[in-house]
Design a binder for this molecule. Structure first.
Ligand code: ZN
Ligand code: ZN
Length: 342
């Protein structure tokens, strides 16, 4: 069987790109524009209104977690709150892992991995509008699936992300997150890992722990804080109103989070998304978790996992694309003051 996608290496930058042809788009499909009406029309034909037969993991409204079987499926259908299903159009799938192949001067690998979708039941209720307990179930599903995926032989990184709104690239209006496991360390994560390792060697301290300490002391960019987590607008924000949420304890991997800590994280996430919802009138946004890679031959003790929320307030245009430099049009300190008030 032909692989779903290829990872191709840019031999100049050393960055990976994915050529995913699984959706079978024809060239002229790329020219089609999708208007607002397309986004609104979707509820009728929404694929996520039911518990799907291929669900791998189901969380009920009362928080109980089940693996669907033919015996329990009828009450799961009635009481489900969240399901994890394999993506119908995966960017990564089966294949041979860890074999780097040549194509002239270039290199590629098969796009081996898993591509799952985490779906919550209501079509209208986005994360910002969920109860704290519901957000907690979503984060618990991320953690549980992360733990299952990290031990697969081919996996080097597990990416967990959520796209909200058409400007953030969500192709289905129904609230859903995605979990993709991939056979390489992604460039952005690789740079963060290297940066934090270099800092650690030089200063004998985690760069993220240092930032957390400074932000707590300074307070000017902090928008949320409790015993376990802190949320602040980064000093060097990439977009207007970017927010990062960090565990205060130095932990390299998201997979090690306990249920008791998930309760705190859910409150932090709900609070921050609620502030963005209120202050920016339900903006489109992307959020993702940055965590240490799961390469079994290396450890990443200097890394500090966190969650980044990037409201879609601008699009990457010529300057950003040509330089890799983001432009944020509000001072992070001002953005934080605004969000604190919401
Ligand atoms: Zn729906
Ligand atoms: Zn740290």
């Amino acid at each position: 069987m032909r692989n779903i996608s290829e990872l191709r290496l840019d031999i100049v930058s050393g960055d990976w790109v994915v050529i995913a042809t699984g959706r079978g788009k024809r060239p002229h499909d790329f020219g089609k524009k999708r208007g607002d009406h397309w986004w609104k029309r979707q509820k009728k034909s929404c694929p996520f209104e039911k518990l799907l037969p291929e669900a791998l993991y189901v969380s009920l409204k009362n928080g109980d977690i089940h693996k669907p079987t033919h015996k329990n499926v009828s009450f799961l259908k009635r009481d489900w709150f969240l399901q994890i299903v394999p993506n119908k159009f995966p960017a990564f799938g089966r294949g041979v892992c860890a074999v780097r192949r040549r194509a002239g001067p270039y290199f590629w690998e098969e796009g081996v991995g898993f591509h799952d979708v985490v779906v919550t039941r209501s079509h209208e209720q986005s994360l910002a509008l969920m109860s704290k307990d519901e957000v907690e179930m979503v984060i618990r599903a991320y953690r549980d699936r992360y733990i299952q995926l990290k031990d697969d032989d081919c996996v080097e990184y597990v990416s967990i992300f959520h796209n909200h709104g058409p400007e953030a690239g969500a192709s289905i209006a129904h609230p859903h997150s995605q979990i993709i496991s991939i056979p390489v360390i992604p460039p952005d994560v690789g740079r963060s890992i290297k940066g934090s390792a270099d800092f650690f060697r030089k200063h004998k301290k985690c760069v993220h722990c240092l930032m957390i300490e400074h932000e707590l002391e300074d307070g000017i960019r902090v928008i949320y804080e409790d015993e376990k987590f802190i949320a602040f607008v980064p000093y060097a924000s990439r977009t207007a109103f970017e927010v990062r949420i960090f565990p205060k304890e130095h932990l390299p991997t998201f997979g090690s989070i306990h249920n008791s800590e998930i309760t705190y994280l859910a409150r932090a996430v709900k609070t921050v998304l609620g502030k963005l919802y209120k202050g920016l009138n339900n903006p489109s946004y992307n959020f993702f978790i940055h965590t240490s890679p799961v390469v079994h031959t290396a450890t990443f003790q200097h890394y500090h996992w966190h969650l980044e929320i990037l409201p879609k307030t601008a699009i990457w245009a010529g300057f950003e694309l040509s330089t890799g430099i983001d432009i944020s049009t509000i001072a992070p300190e001002k953005a934080a003051a605004f969000l604190r008030k919401q």
